[in-house]
Design a protein around this ligand. Structure first.
Ligand code: IPE
Ligand code: IPE
Ligand code: MG
Length: 240
């Protein structure tokens, strides 16, 4: 049997907060508040089970199209969540990185982001990425612009442009690609998450809503990953 690779990098599309709240007769924002607690549980369980990189989709470049009150509340929850997480992040030796265009966010939120990124930048036990005002297409577009600039400045020729150049210009530069992408809430789509990075990721679409997430569900993800047989286009001895 070929040796199984451990789950190093997990991506999660945290979906279903609104529907979960609505099913209980509560406002959508209640779902976002409970979703932040679920995120806390997920991060703890992930580290406990030996994962190294966790990338969660918190707010997409398309989510601005929601009612202003909901967007404001999500941003407020994220601001509070970052501030409250700092102590634990340092105790757990986790490095936090925000993936996305932060310039569009409120000054207060930008301040929390700068603080937690700066304070945690030398932490090494785990890497926790929060995709916030993130879009896979935006990510690729930004990377392409950086390369175009290098070409314009005559630092690089067009024929030299490589896959690595594109990867190195992404928000996830220097990180391994996600081994598995999970989406909660029963939707079977990607919604502009890590488009370039997921070329060979395993996908796992689960029916429960994000606020229901707990340690058992994280165990199930690791278990599911261990059953997958990644081939990367090749033929493995096991298949014959
Ligand atoms: C995910 O839950 C959180 C964000 C996208 C910010 P939703 O808010 O999308 O909840 P549903 O999918 O409408 O139930
Ligand atoms: C994807 O969820 C984005 C996040 C989880 C932050 P959406 O709820 O925005 O995606 P769609 O609209 O169902 O595709
Ligand atoms: Mg949704």
């Amino acid at each position: 049997m070929a040796e199984k690779k451990p789950l190093i990098h997990l991506g999660i599309i945290m979906d279903g907060n609104g529907r979960w709240a609505k099913a209980q007769g509560k406002p959508r924002t209640f779902g976002h508040r409970e979703g932040a607690k679920a995120l806390q549980r997920a991060a703890e369980a992930f580290q406990k089970l030996g994962g190294k990189y966790l990338t969660v989709f918190a707010f997409s470049t398309e989510n601005w199209n929601r009612p202003k009150e909901e967007v404001d509340e999500i941003m407020r929850i994220l601001t509070v969540h970052l501030r409250r997480s700092l102590k634990q992040v340092m105790e757990r030796n986790i490095r936090i990185k925000i993936l996305g265009d932060t310039k569009q966010l409120s000054e207060r939120l930008q301040k929390e982001i700068r603080e937690i990124e700066e304070k945690s930048k030398n932490n090494t036990a785990g890497y926790f990425n929060i995709a916030l005002n993130y879009g896979g297409r935006l990510d690729i577009l930004n990377s392409v612009k950086k390369i175009a600039y290098e070409v314009k400045e005559n630092n690089k020729s067009i024929s030299e442009i490589s896959f690595d150049d594109i990867s190195n210009g992404l928000y996830t530069a220097g990180m391994p690609d996600p081994d598995m992408i999970v989406r909660t809430s029963g939707e079977n789509r990607i919604s502009n998450f890590l488009l370039w990075q997921m070329a060979y990721s395993e996908f796992y679409f689960v029916p429960y809503h994000w606020p229901e997430f707990d340690e058992e569900k994280m165990k199930d993800i690791f278990e599911e990953y261990s059953k997958r047989n990644r081939r990367y286009g090749a033929i493995k001895e096991d298949d014959q």
